[in-house]
Design a protein around this ligand. Sequence first.
Ligand SMILES: Cc1cc2nc3c(=O)[nH]c(=O)nc-3n(C[C@H](O)[C@H](O)[C@H](O)COP(=O)(O)OP(=O)(O)OC[C@H]3O[C@@H](n4cnc5c(N)ncnc54)[C@H](O)[C@@H]3O)c2cc1C
Length: 155
Amino acid sequence: MSEGATMVNPYRPRLLRIEAMRDETPDVRTLTLGFLDEVEGASFPAWEPGQFGEYTVFGAGESVFALANTADREPGSAAVVECTYRAIGKVTTALRGLDVGEVLGFRGPYGNAFPLADWHGRDLVFLGAASAWPHFARRSTPCSGVVRTTARWSS
Ligand SMILES: Cc1cc2nc3c(=O)[nH]c(=O)nc-3n(C[C@H](O)[C@H](O)[C@H](O)COP(=O)(O)OP(=O)(O)OC[C@H]3O[C@@H](n4cnc5c(N)ncnc54)[C@H](O)[C@@H]3O)c2cc1C
């Protein structure tokens, strides 16, 4: 690790504020989340398509969602995290009740990334169900650049 670099503990929850929300369907919503602590946000590590985060809805519990946006940002600027989730049960219904400005807990990034370099130029077929597609949403530019998808939300 370079001198002055900050070690980030991926197991410690960070606090993220809902900066914006967008409804994709009546029960699928995309949240844009910013770090309350800008220093923490600036030192937050990059992630790759395929990785996910653990989101805490205080008083309700935790749920796992894909990191639905790219990690691209200007050097030194705070990360912005997006997730797209379906309201299906206890936590996701509670999350649906939150508004812009409210705060979530977040841990991650976790999990393995997709081997995008190996996929490049190949014909690929993806089979998924339920809410398996946020990684391939239009903001996941590394994926959309190499993968042609036909995706359809259904409720
Ligand atoms: C690695 C990973 C990545 C994930 N990424 C996403 C994501 O990007 N977006 C997203 O919406 N979800 C994603 N999920 C699923 C998400 O974690 C769950 O839908 C969520 O935790 C449900 O929590 P809950 O408390 O609202 O539901 P619960 O109260 O725990 O479940 C209520 C009922 O709904 C059923 N159920 C739960 N989830 C689903 C589902 N997705 N489809 C159909 N039935 C279900 C359960 O079996 C149960 O009967 C991901 C899961 C994993 C493991």
